[in-house]
Design a binder for this molecule. Structure first.
Ligand SMILES: [Zn+2]
Ligand SMILES: [Zn+2]
Length: 240
């Protein structure tokens, strides 16, 4: 008989001790073990030996010594819930493929693992789920490949973490957005102008500036000129 992992008089402490690295699944396991204990107390039977609790192919597995069907079906409830629960934080999640290593993580905790593993595998950029054939590419973040948590607003095709990281980067450089609009006089197509609306600022206090670049110039020259104006405006702002 293999060693029993669970002290049935203190289920919570036993589960926490064996699942330190996957805290998001701890409540699921405690819940089913308490159900099994209650049933055993009621019938006067000895609760089963739980011999292994582990992660396999992204899923939760709880192994027992040979046990009656009702015990196995209760344990299976935790395994099914774990398929849609982040192993780290308990958030809604799906199994993701991290270059061959499968883990059920929400987009936030997946990015933590990407950061950890990037150094080991160092493909640039690190894109998830490239080897999972059944993954629907339309539901994957176009930047990191995360499957199943894409933001469905603002015509976004990315997960919330990639959107937030992008914003943090822009905030760090003060620059939020540049929109261009080509103005052209119908009577004189050569006299074109480009209007650039630049949004920049700190701490969600944004400023808008409009630059107009006119004259008989090539498109490349116009862009170069505008980029210069934008740099001057932003650097000027950070001097205050
Ligand atoms: Zn998570
Ligand atoms: Zn992403």
């Amino acid at each position: 008989m293999r060693r029993n992992l669970i002290d049935w008089t203190d289920i919570e402490a036993s589960v926490k001790r064996h699942m330190e690295s996957r805290p998001g699944w701890i409540p699921l396991v405690i819940e089913v073990l308490e159900t099994i204990k209650e049933h055993a107390d009621f019938t006067g039977d000895q609760p089963p030996n739980i011999v292994e609790i582990k992660q396999k192919l992204g899923g939760l597995r709880i192994y027992t010594d040979p046990s009656p069907d009702h015990v196995l079906s209760v344990l299976e409830r935790a395994e099914i819930k774990a398929e849609s629960t982040c192993e780290i934080c308990g958030n809604a999640a799906r199994v993701q493929d991290f270059y061959g290593y499968l883990a059920c993580r929400c987009s936030w905790c997946a990015h933590d693992l990407i950061d950890e593993r990037r150094g080991v595998h160092s493909p640039e950029p690190y894109i998830l789920n490239q080897r999972l054939p059944e993954v629907d590419r339309d539901l994957c973040c176009t930047e990191c490949g995360y499957f199943g948590q894409r933001v469905q607003a603002w015509n976004e095709t990315r997960c919330p973490v990639c959107i937030m990281n992008d914003w943090l980067l822009k905030m760090a450089s003060n620059l939020v957005s540049i929109q261009s609009q080509i103005l052209q006089k119908a009577e004189d197509p050569a006299a074109e102008a480009v209007k650039y609306t630049v949004v920049y600022g700190h701490d969600f206090t944004f400023r808008h500036e409009v630059f107009k670049v006119t004259g008989h110039m090539r498109a490349d020259d116009l862009l170069e000129r505008c980029a210069h104006e934008v740099r001057v405006a932003i650097e000027g702002d950070s001097d205050d």
